[in-house]
Design a protein around this ligand. Structure first.
Ligand code: COA
Length: 336
């Protein structure tokens, strides 16, 4: 069995900055409320027609491939995590393959695990590399939330939180088993599927044909729903559990962590985890203040930023952890 390691990282966020004050002009909210509850100061929104989940994923991927030192023809497989694909189907994995001009028939897999999407995608890629099936895998997390959020006062509990952006990584085979990804840990609890969900358009109870036919402005099934406090309470518990699970599997303890990259759900959640594991400010990288919650893109964006700042160095123990809709959660333990 091989290990896999991160050979290249990249990210891309749209230039269009939307501040809390901008949002307070279109809904009943305030900079003070948003910062106090979430830590968010601003987020990026795509400009319609200019950027999409796929195009941002391509930009992040180009940077990750270039930094990996690999030729794009050496990419064996693509794993693309998103909850906001350009098309209902096919997913953006195949579109990225075409746009990047990767080898014509490399496989592309789309992952639907929302905020845990990147952790799930990395875990999938890691298994393929471990078994020797593939050598170099492009993993992307990219999201375009802004076109699908309710920017009226009705939607303020959700729409102020999410932002657009993309991050990517190239995972490659590592022959030294003490280096690279040491383990990944994935969980879900479908019992809470509807606590953070976008129900429509779907082929279940909310048929697209009915929504179009009814054309009802009060119909809310196509806006994301979030039971914020319930999500918060579950997130702090599951984040802690899954980080400990990963550390214990590798006979490590919180004191061994050099860098924790938590999914950027809410600054208060990250701060709770930081306190619980007694980590200093420079052992946790947060950027939700600038980008909001970019779901599957948040970890690769934050990891890339931390790496660019020299906060992730060879030999460091790096922990990635996520929690989100599903509920789903997971962690990745890496010896960089
Ligand atoms: N601006 C101003 N007021 C707002 C608001 C906004 N953007 N959003 C909600 N409110 C109001 C509510 O309407 C409510 O008013 P009321 O008391 O008159 O009914 C009040 O603020 C409190 O709402 P509540 O939902 O109880 O707030 P909260 O303290 O739970 O904070 C979240 C809301 C969403 C910030 C918080 O629950 C949270 O962060 N949850 C986790 C979310 C998360 O991490 N999601 C991603 C998971 S991957």
């Amino acid at each position: 069995m091989y290990n896999s390691r991160f050979a290249g990282l990249g990210y891309y966020v749209p230039e269009n900055v939307v501040t809390n004050d901008d949002l307070s002009k279109v809904m009943d909210t305030s900079d003070e409320w948003i910062q106090e509850r979430t830590g968010i100061k601003e987020r990026r929104h795509v400009i319609k027609g200019e950027e999409t989940t796929m195009t941002m994923g391509v930009k992040a991927a180009e940077q990750a491939i270039e930094r990996s030192g690999l030729d794009k023809d050496e990419i064996d497989f693509i794993v693309f995590a998103t909850l906001s694909p350009d098309y209902y189907f096919p997913g953006p994995g195949v579109m990225v393959q075409k746009e990047l001009g990767l080898k014509r028939t490399v496989g592309a897999l789309d992952v639907r695990n929302q905020c845990s999407g990147f952790v799930y995608a990395v875990s999938v890629a890691d298994q393929y590399i471990k078994t020797g099936m593939y050598k170099n895998i492009l993993v992307i997390g990219s999201e375009t939330h802004s076109p699908g959020l309710d920017f009226t006062t009705r939607g303020r509990g959700v729409s102020v939180i999410f932002g657009d952006g993309a991050g990517a990584a190239v995972l490659t085979r590592e022959e030294d088993n003490s280096k690279g990804i040491l383990s990944t840990h994935l969980h879900s609890e479908g019992e809470h599927a509807e606590e953070l969900a976008l129900i429509a358009p779907g082929m279940g109870r909310h048929w697209v044909t009915d929504i179009i036919k009814n054309n009802d402005p009060e119909e809310t099934s196509y806006w994301p729903y979030m039971n914020g406090q319930f999500v918060f309470k579950n997130a702090v518990v599951r984040f802690s559990e899954v980080i400990m699970e990963g550390l214990k599997t590798n006979e490590l303890s919180p004191a061994d962590i050099d860098m924790l990259i938590p999914h950027q759900a809410n600054l208060r959640i990250s701060q709770f985890i930081q306190g619980k594991f007694k980590l200093s400010d420079d052992q946790v990288h947060n950027n939700i203040m600038k980008y909001g919650n970019t779901t599957a893109a948040s970890i690769p964006i934050a990891l890339t930023e931390a790496w660019e700042l020299g906060k992730v160095k060879e030999g460091d123990l790096v922990v990635l952890a996520a929690f989100g809709s599903g509920f789903t959660w997971g962690s990745v333990i890496i010896r960089w």
